[in-house]
Write a protein that binds this ligand. Structure first.
Ligand code: FE2
Ligand code: FE2
Length: 263
């Protein structure tokens, strides 16, 4: 049986949330999506996530939310993440940090799906080894699920590509997030793992990574600190769809998604 999984890149602020409300349900239906994972580290005002926004995103039809370096920016999420297995923080954070880095979930038809979230270490805040954390999570999930997908929240293309090779044949999909720029390098690696360096941002593209151009430009030009407001225009929903053989867990196809607000 073929299973279609939609993964969505960093949802930025209200514009990112609004396009999901408008488009996700019909897009899921049109593309016959069985399971949907989205990165929500920028969902609240461009940085972090609150409990209300988390509920709002689940209500759009997302099954699991992943995150990254901005996960703790809104403190209200800290007590809630403990009670919410569907909201992941990177698995290579200290064992003492709240929440979980991976979990076992199900499609509507009852097929088990493992989801893992890790954060890179190159040009990123320090953390435990993402390679080791991912291996441990895969070992645990593989006992129960053929389908395993991993959100690699990382900056450096080298680290991300290395990760794809590292897990080739052990997971169905390694997809990158964090850079907010969709890469055109989607492919299926020799042992059957689909890979893309970054699925891109879900938010306003008349911006610098989702923030208003003038503010970011001013900070680069003047070298003075400033608050970066979330931009508003040219909103797009970006991600990728991977089709997986449910018996083997091997990816059969991967395609990029980049929907404009008025598409
Ligand atoms: Fe991000
Ligand atoms: Fe990030």
């Amino acid at each position: 049986m073929k299973v279609n999984i939609l993964v969505i890149g960093d949802i930025v602020g209200r514009p990112g949330r609004e396009i999901l409300k408008k488009k996700l349900a019909s897009f899921r239906q049109a593309e016959q999506i069985d399971f949907c994972v989205a990165n929500a580290e920028n969902a609240a005002g461009g940085s972090g996530i609150t409990p209300d926004i988390m509920d709002e995103l689940f209500a759009t039809g997302i099954d699991v939310l992943t995150s990254g370096d901005h996960i703790w920016k809104k403190k209200e999420i800290v007590p809630v993440i403990e009670q919410t297995p569907r909201l992941l923080r990177p698995a290579n954070y200290p064992a003492e940090s709240p929440g979980r880095g991976f979990g076992l979930f199900e499609t509507a038809s009852g097929l088990p799906v493992g989801v893992i979230n890790v954060q890179g270490r190159v040009f990123m805040p320090s953390s435990d080894c993402p390679f080791r954390a991912a291996k441990e999570a895969v070992a645990e999930l593989a006992q129960k699920a053929k389908l395993i997908i991993l959100d690699l929240h990382a900056e450096a293309t080298s680290e991300k590509i290395a990760f794809g090779w590292y897990l080739d044949g052990q997971v169905s999909l390694v997809f990158g997030t964090h850079t907010h720029i969709q890469t055109a390098d989607e492919r299926i690696l020799p042992q059957g793992t689909a890979y893309i360096t970054d699925v891109g941002m879900t938010g306003p593209y008349e911006s610098v990574l989702g923030r208003k151009v003038e503010k970011v430009l001013s900070s680069f030009v003047k070298r003075m600190p400033t608050h970066f407001d979330v931009a508003e225009d040219d909103v797009r929903l970006c991600g990728a769809i991977v089709t997986v053989n449910s018996q083997t867990g091997q990816a059969l196809a991967i395609k990029r998604v980049a929907l404009k607000d008025n598409d």
